[in-house]
Design a protein around this ligand. Structure first.
Ligand code: FAD
Length: 467
């Protein structure tokens, strides 16, 4: 199946097609370079052209034309994904949804929106029009799209209260276009949502989302410092378990992350301070102070409603989730990271064990999350990278100890997830993308069903030929 790029471009030339080589290269990349493993293998990937649809009808036209001419299509929200999700493994067309950014309707409890809307703009719209806000968003709130979050993300700010995107109730409805001779438009709810959410656009293009909202608050951003890492974990978990306290984020950073990597926090902490970052609803602030008064080992060093640091630290969530890695990378380019699930009820003991296993090599950064009603931690540990072999060894040691790794140094759905195929996503891909043209190379079970996961999946185009 040889793509006929020229024919596809000619047929789409009345749309907003980008030809500028620099713009095409920019639109072919995401934050894959967070991973030295992916950086070494994916840097060369390049689309043949970029097209920016203005509405669903143009999405349908692009998919129909590309299907006819066997041209792969990789969809792009804002390209903030970390695993090369939005990078075109076989070139072809990058479909950038930047213009599809309208909020269709908004009422207390729910919003309907096009996929290219930035999370920040969506939040602002909801607050202005109905006094409600997004329950959950990626820490890339300022730069990422809502479609990219649902297709490529997993949870984030808000997960301490609301769980993760895949949990029941966190997505209401998705409208999806298929990649066939005559693309279909389908509406998914309930069980069907799992077919396309977190599927990297491999089996359908989301053209509209309906999401739940919650009452909006003027959140108070707080930092708590302590010399005792266990007390920091207890602070985040304890507050998340306080039924009357409303939180949007509770992050824990082992010393010396705050001193070394958080520039505006650094003057206010010592080298041996662990830090807790919190977003607390204003009506819960009295409760927070009471909680901290009961624990003298914890000090509230910053609250955005009442502290005047010479340099404002900004939004606390822009220190959390994958922003921690970004901040650390600015100071130490050798840093990379892992994504770890420390499951309830043994999470704290397991974290302490991993902390003791890699002194100076792996620094703990934890995010409190609610999983089936129980609070535990997701780890986005900072790792001093030396070699791929050592990184794999660190991963193996975590897994042997019982910590589940979602490997951020892999670009496929399976390797970044639970290392087995998702039958719902696979069977929908077979139906909705029979030629395998949507974001090729990202679903192993479609290309190579008997892959054994012992080594990195080696899609033919992944490593440049000369390497
Ligand atoms: P893109 O990167 O453009 O796309 C992501 C994936 O979705 C790609 O596979 C793309 O092909 C596909 N896609 C995009 N739009 C559609 C569509 N309409 N239909 C079908 N497929 C589509 N992730 C989290 O989950 N939580 C976090 O807190 C978080 N924090 C981050 C912090 C930093 C500093 C960085 C760099 C990344 C972070 N991420 C996080 C990862 C990423 O930012 C999020 O997943 C983000 O929401 C992706 O949005 P995007 O618009 O950039 O999507």
């Amino acid at each position: 199946m040889t793509p006929n790029i020229t024919a596809a471009k000619t047929a789409l030339s009345h749309l907003d097609v980008e030809e500028n080589p620099h713009a095409i290269r920019t639109a072919s990349r995401d934050f894959f370079w967070y991973s030295p493993v992916l950086k070494a293998r994916m840097d060369h990937l390049l689309a043949d052209f970029v097209v920016r649809p203005r509405n669903e009808a143009e999405v349908i036209e692009i998919l129909k034309v590309c299907y006819e001419h066997d041209v792969p299509v990789t969809t792009r929200g804002a390209g903030t994904g970390n695993y090369g999700q939005a990078m075109p493994m076989r070139g072809g067309c990058v479909m950038h949804l930047v213009y599809m950014n309208q909020v269709t309707s908004c009422e207390p409890g729910r919003v309907v929106v096009q996929p290219g809307c930035l999370l920040k703009d969506l939040d602002a719209h909801c607050i202005a029009h109905c006094g409600h806000e997004l329950r959950m968003f990626s820490s890339t709130w300022a730069t990422a799209t809502v479609g990219g979050f649902v297709a490529g993300g997993s949870g984030g700010v808000g997960s301490v209260t609301w769980g993760q995107l895949r949990d029941l109730g966190n997505i209401i409805r998705l409208r999806v276009v298929t990649m066939e001779a005559e693309p279909r438009v389908l509406e998914f709810r309930g069980e069907e949502l799992a077919r396309v959410s977190h599927a990297y656009g491999t089996n359908g293009i989301i053209t509209e989302l309906e999401l739940p909202l919650a009452p909006a608050y003027d959140w108070v951003h707080c930092f708590v410092a302590t010399k005792d890492f266990a007390a920091a974990m207890d602070c985040a978990e304890g507050l998340a378990n306080e039924d009357g306290v409303l939180l949007k984020i509770a992050s824990v950073y082992e010393a010396p992350v705050a001193k070394s990597y958080f520039q505006r926090v650094s003057p206010h902490v010592a080298e041996d301070d662990a830090l807790v970052g919190l977003m607390v609803a204003p009506q819960s602030m009295d409760a927070l102070v009471t909680f901290l008064t009961r624990r003298p080992e914890l000090s509230l060093i910053y609250r955005s409603d009442d502290t005047d640091w010479p340099r404002n630290p900004g939004l606390v969530f822009e220190y959390g989730w994958n922003h921690t890695t970004l901040r650390a990378l600015k100071f130490d380019p050798s840093i990379t990271y892992l994504q770890v699930r420390y499951a309830y009820p043994d999470h704290n003991a397991l974290i302490e064990k991993m902390r003791a296993t890699f002194p100076g090599e792996v620094l703990q950064h934890l995010e409190a999350i609610r999983v089936n009603g129980k609070v535990s931690f997701a780890g986005l540990s900072l790792v001093k990278f030396t070699t791929e072999e050592r990184l794999d060894e660190i991963i193996r040691i975590h897994e042997d100890a019982g910590a589940q790794i979602f490997n951020p140094h892999r670009y496929t759905l399976e390797e970044g997830g639970r290392q087995h195929s998702d039958q719902r996503q696979l069977s929908f891909k077979k139906e909705a993308d029979p030629k395998g043209l949507l974001n090729p190379g990202k679903m192993i079970s479609f290309d190579t069903p008997d892959w054994d996961y012992a080594k990195i999946y080696d899609y033919p185009s992944m490593t440049p030929k000369e390497a």
